[in-house]
Design a protein. Structure first.
Length: 151
């Protein structure tokens, strides 16, 4: 009788763990070393890449931290709130219209993920290129952008 209860308990425990892992996978979450579920940084970088490629700042803005450091080729440099960074980036992408963008390197180290890429854009009728660097920092269960450099 005790063995039967133990087997039933083991089955329910296994199903619980399996369903939790499936939910995490479906939501692009992974367990970090602290046992906390967090979104996979590579998924976030792909969303950011898509946002930059399409000039859709809303895809990027949900990842802006409360204090994001911006260093842009138009001379803007400093820390901005997420709301300020949204408008600064929107204006930047309006002036420096993306022609093509992709990350060349995505480093998903658990403590300091970052990505670098090439930003091809049109400015005053000329095709130009800048290098992009974006870093993330873990904030609770979410990754947030701490720095965006486009130079």
């Amino acid at each position: 009788m005790i063995r039967k209860r133990f087997n039933i308990l083991l089955i329910f425990l296994s199903l619980g763990i399996l369903s939790t892992l499936m939910i995490a996978r479906d939501n692009n979450l992974k367990i970090n070393t602290n046992g906390i579920y967090a979104q996979d940084p590579s998924f976030i970088f792909r969303e950011i890449e898509s946002g930059i490629s399409s000039g859709n700042i809303s895809m990027i803005s949900k990842y802006l931290s409360a204090q994001t450091y911006l260093n842009l080729s138009n001379g803007i440099s400093g820390y901005y709130s997420s709301n300020q960074a949204y408008y600064v980036l929107a204006e930047f992408f309006k002036l420096y219209r993306v022609a093509d963008f992709s990350f060349d390197n995505i480093h998903t180290d658990e403590n300091n993920p970052f990505a670098t890429g090439t930003y091809n854009y049109l400015f005053r009728g000329k095709h130009e290129t800048s290098e992009v660097y974006i870093s993330l920092k873990h904030n609770g269960k979410r990754w947030k952008i701490t720095q965006i450099t486009i130079n």
